[in-house]
Write a protein that binds this ligand. Structure first.
Ligand SMILES: *Cc1c(COP(=O)(O)O)cnc(C)c1O
Length: 360
């Protein structure tokens, strides 16, 4: 009998990605705060557009995503030719690794960087390299020290997940300036919408060939289940990624929903305002309970506990009450719990749960 086929190098080193849990056995009324989803759901405009598009599900979607790219371009003031749309920003991250990193190459990311960076790097046969952070904040000097002539990609979420911290524009420019030739800086803007008056690095990507930005519809736009993300960068990079992209990667339902959501500026403005208000309430409530947390720029906060055992205990206690948060052990933060900012009612229920845990 023939031997089973062997996968490409690197693939068996990938640890399977664990999504945020959404169920607790025996509890009906679940408050899911483990995946940074929009607690207000998807905009009505996007739901209607998706229902309408569903009527044409027997037809192949368009391959150029022209309508969605035009909407993104109008809202953000970008050239649609330099936008690529993917199955979540995960696909854009994946395409970047496939296109620019292979065996012998390095893909650099900060200590608590999003797990998909290392997964996609390994999938391409490249070697993920980690640069230490300082007080759970990206350290540009550490990244510059870790960059070598083998570094092809540097991934950085700003604001970052799971820490919620961010670095300033000058630091980002200093990083872009200091990286070796031929290395692409990828600014992951999954949470950029939650920072008022912040372009997530789009201006930098507009001006420099070595900066690329990824964005998503999964968080502020409330379309995590639709799987739509996008990237913006130099025309040369977009042209490379489009060669690898599956021609029908996005369904017509997903395209219609995302285009409607992007044009629904009232929804985005309301979500930004509510997240800012509820995040402040949650952080104040944590402080009242004596729990430490860094100031967050995103739609979640990272609470710190005495140690991993206490964090696990609190996690289990909240779960028993139907409240699901994220214990980011896989991110090297076992003494922390990451909690998505909910609606006003959701924040109340979480704070009540934490108070009951403390008084248990
Ligand atoms: C949620 C998240 C994304 C979004 O991924 P999608 O594939 O677009 O759903 C990207 N980067 C980070 C850091 C995230 O937390």
């Amino acid at each position: 009998m023939q031997a089973a086929p062997k996968p490409q190098p690197g693939i068996m080193e990938i640890a399977l990605y664990q999504g945020g849990a959404s169920r607790v056995a025996g509890v009906d009324d679940i408050l899911k705060l483990s995946s940074n989803e929009n607690p207000h759901g998807a905009p009505q405009s996007a739901q209607e557009a998706a229902r309408e598009a569903a009527g044409a599900m027997h037809l192949y979607p368009n391959t150029d995503h022209a309508g969605l790219r035009a909407a993104i371009g109008e809202v953000h003031g970008l050239d649609p030719e330099r936008i690529i749309c993917g199955v979540g920003s995960d696909e854009i991250i994946h395409l970047l690794c496939q296109a620019y990193a292979g065996p012998g190459d390095e893909v650099l990311h900060p200590e608590y960087g999003f797990l998909m960076y290392a997964i996609s790097a390994r999938g391409a046969g490249a070697t993920p390299v980690v640069a230490p952070e300082r007080d759970r904040t990206v350290d540009v000097d550490a990244l510059l020290r870790a960059a070598t002539d083998r570094t092809r990609l540097v991934f950085l979420a700003n604001p970052a997940n799971p820490t919620g911290t961010m670095i300033g524009g000058q630091d980002v420019v200093r990083l872009a300036d200091g990286l070796p030739d031929g290395c692409l800086l990828v600014l992951d803007g999954a949470y950029a919408e939650y920072v008022a008056d912040f372009d997530g690095g789009l201006g930098l990507a507009q001006a420099r060939e070595n900066v690329f930005v990824t964005r998503t519809f999964s968080k502020m736009y409330g379309l995590g289940g639709m799987r739509v993300g996008w990237g913006y960068g130099a025309q040369s990079v977009i042209d490379v990624l489009n060669r690898l992209r599956g021609p029908f990667n996005l369904s017509n339902v997903a395209l219609a929903a995302a285009e409607a959501a992007m044009r629904d500026r009232d929804f985005a403005a309301a979500c930004l305002a509510d997240n800012t208000a509820q995040r402040a309430r949650l952080l104040a409530g944590l402080a009242d309970l004596g729990l430490a947390a860094d100031p967050s720029e995103a739609n979640f906060v990272l609470a710190r506990f005495a140690d991993a055992t206490e964090a696990a205990d609190c996690d289990a206690f909240l779960k028993s009450r139907g409240i699901i948060v994220r214990h980011p052990v896989g991110y090297g933060l076992p003494d922390c719990l990451r909690m998505t900012v909910g609606t006003a009612t959701g924040v109340d229920r979480l704070l009540e749960g934490l108070a009951a845990w403390r008084d248990r």
